[in-house]
Design a protein around this ligand. Structure first.
Ligand code: IMP
Length: 180
């Protein structure tokens, strides 16, 4: 049965929905004064379910775009990042809200944030569904965080293991035998 590979559910679908409502209300207030400049940028593919849910509660006429980046080496991000899919739109002068599934070492976000500034963004803020602060190696924090989690490898709600489990509607920890 799908989901039977999960040892423990860490965050339920209901909890995620509730959090998206809260974050959406907070973001609506934060960006209301200059909403025309707001562009929400999702990092593919992990941000997709979170971004889709969160955007419903940002009650502003925002623009959206996606970027896909990858580390050159290994499975853990190295900070040496190449763009697989660049933005379709110019970000010049725009207020960017970067959407990520998880901040782990922080390498990816720190590079992408700088890339967006280099492209002329006026301001770049980060919203992440999850934060794993124990793993941080780069000094970067998300401006808005859904849930802070311990140092465990999680899947679901956009997060994958070998490209699978992104479609689980909750955040869970895989059974160890799946890795073995
Ligand atoms: P960072 O550059 O190390 O912060 O990398 C963040 C990326 O690593 C995320 O966008 C995820 O794709 C991936 N990642 C980090 N931790 C996990 C996890 O627990 N499960 C699944 N993917 C993860």
């Amino acid at each position: 049965m799908f989901g039977s590979e999960i040892e423990k559910i860490l965050i339920t679908e209901e909890e995620i929905k509730e959090k998206c409502k809260e974050l959406g209300a907070e973001l609506t207030k934060a960006y209301a004064s200059d909403a025309d400049k707001l562009m929400v940028v999702g990092l593919l593919k992990g941000s997709v379910p979170f971004m889709a849910e969160l955007m419903k509660y940002i009650e502003l006429p925002l623009q959206m775009d996606f970027m896909d980046v990858s580390s050159y080496e290994g499975t853990e991000s190295s900070g040496d990042i190449r763009i697989i899919k660049d933005l379709d739109c110019s970000v010049k002068g725009l207020d960017i809200l970067l959407v990520e599934d998880i901040v782990d070492t922080g390498r990816t976000l720190s590079v992408v944030k700088q890339m967006l500034y280099n492209k002329g963004a006026q301001r770049v803020k980060i919203v992440s569904l999850l934060d794993k602060p124990d793993r941080r190696v780069v000094d970067i924090e998300a401006d808005y965080v859904g849930f802070t989690i311990p140092n465990e490898f999680v899947v679901g709600y956009g997060l994958d293991y070998n490209q699978k489990y992104r479609n689980l509607p909750y955040i869970g920890i895989l059974k160890p035998e799946i890795y073995e």
